[in-house]
Design a protein around this ligand. Structure first.
Ligand SMILES: [Zn+2]
Length: 82
């Protein structure tokens, strides 16, 4: 491996990782216009990721804690699509 290859590979991998659209974003699409801000409020709240995930699951959305956590810590695809 040449010098610089590693960082280039990582960069490429990160840039092309759009296989999964953020599930939080997907939920937002399913919500009505008037409900959408509540989702943002929920994500920005100080509630634990566990509670947020449980609430969403109880509301009928299939989502994992890791996904919620990634969205809340801005590591999801939403950030790249801004
Ligand atoms: Zn997201």
């Amino acid at each position: 491996m040449k010098q610089g290859d590693f960082s280039q590979s990582v960069e490429q991998m990160v840039a092309t990782d759009d296989r999964f659209t953020c599930a939080v974003r997907e939920i937002g699409k399913k919500l009505s216009e008037s409900d959408r801000p509540a989702l943002t409020d929920l994500m920005d709240s100080s509630l634990s990721t566990y509670k947020v995930t449980k609430f969403l699951r109880d509301s009928g959305f299939s989502i994992g804690q890791t996904t919620v956590w990634k969205h809340r810590t801005k590591q999801c695809s939403c950030e790249r699509e801004k």
